[in-house]
Write a protein that binds this ligand. Sequence first.
Ligand SMILES: Nc1ncnc2c1ncn2[C@@H]1O[C@H](COP(=O)(O)OP(=O)(O)OP(=O)(O)O)[C@@H](O)[C@H]1O
Ligand SMILES: Cc1ncc(COP(=O)(O)O)c(N)n1
Length: 282
Amino acid sequence: MAQMMFKKQSGYIINIWGESMVYKALTIAGSDSGGGAGIQADLKTFHQLHVFGMSAITAVTAQNTLGVQGIYPLPVEAVEKQIDSIAVDLSPDAIKTGMLFSEDMIECVAYKIKQHRWTRVVVDPVMIAKGGSRLLKQEAVEALQRHMLPLAYVLTPNIPEAEVLTNMRIDTLEQRKEAAKKLHDMGVRYVVMKGGHGEENELVDLLYDGEQFYEWKSKRVHTKHTHGTGCTFAAAITAQLAKEKTIYEAVDVAKRFIQAAIEQTLQIGGGHGPTNHWAFHE
Ligand SMILES: Nc1ncnc2c1ncn2[C@@H]1O[C@H](COP(=O)(O)OP(=O)(O)OP(=O)(O)O)[C@@H](O)[C@H]1O
Ligand SMILES: Cc1ncc(COP(=O)(O)O)c(N)n1
């Protein structure tokens, strides 16, 4: 869709000629029954950012704020079918991938992304849930490196995920930059390394575009209610890319989205509660 002046109305976007323009984003990820992460976080974020959300579910998790009680991967064929159904009829403007779980699933999703020639692809390399449950099998890490990184227009690792993907230890900002360069060399167009892990009061999210580094700094909110921060942040980037924003604009909105979602906490559940997807308004 061509970039043009527009205003928002009733959730979707009206262009200067009064025509409605609906931007669409697809998430290929796991379902979180608790609603704070995974597919549910992605769809809520797309909706709040005025993008029509679609999903292909890779696995169903029984999950709440206390942890993950069960993981039920879907057959690869079911994921292929969901993706094809969307592709033939509802061509997405941007794609996000989240929990992919197994080597087979990664191969299938990578094949489908190539087959449908989707290029605005945000890969969130989800590996381990907050409570410690594995959302990506150990033996599938290599498949993620080999098949997904070259397809990633944007990769959004947190620091532990960047360590696994680059096989290096990351303690300092310099090491984060070195890891971002490695990930770029592995085929990623834009690396967005999230700085949520750690104890510092100031968080730094880093963007590497192959030439320069850009930093987004924010104040750490001291709360345990951060379930789904990674998914929500990457989904906000995806929504902005669907609307043809640049990567810099997309990260900027995503950063403000997640900051508001963490600050204006909902305080639900007995454990790590979800973020507030209603908090940010564009
Ligand atoms: N306590 C916090 N206060 C403010 N911003 C935060 C906090 N925790 C995370 N963020 C922000 O949230 C986004 C996601 O970062 P994080 O590193 O937590 O991702 P993640 O590890 O994938 O998420 P999760 O821990 O939920 O799996 C980043 O923009 C990060 O800066
Ligand atoms: C189905 C599913 N996908 C992803 C995550 C990780 O969530 P996040 O890293 O955003 O907390 C999760 N807990 N459950």
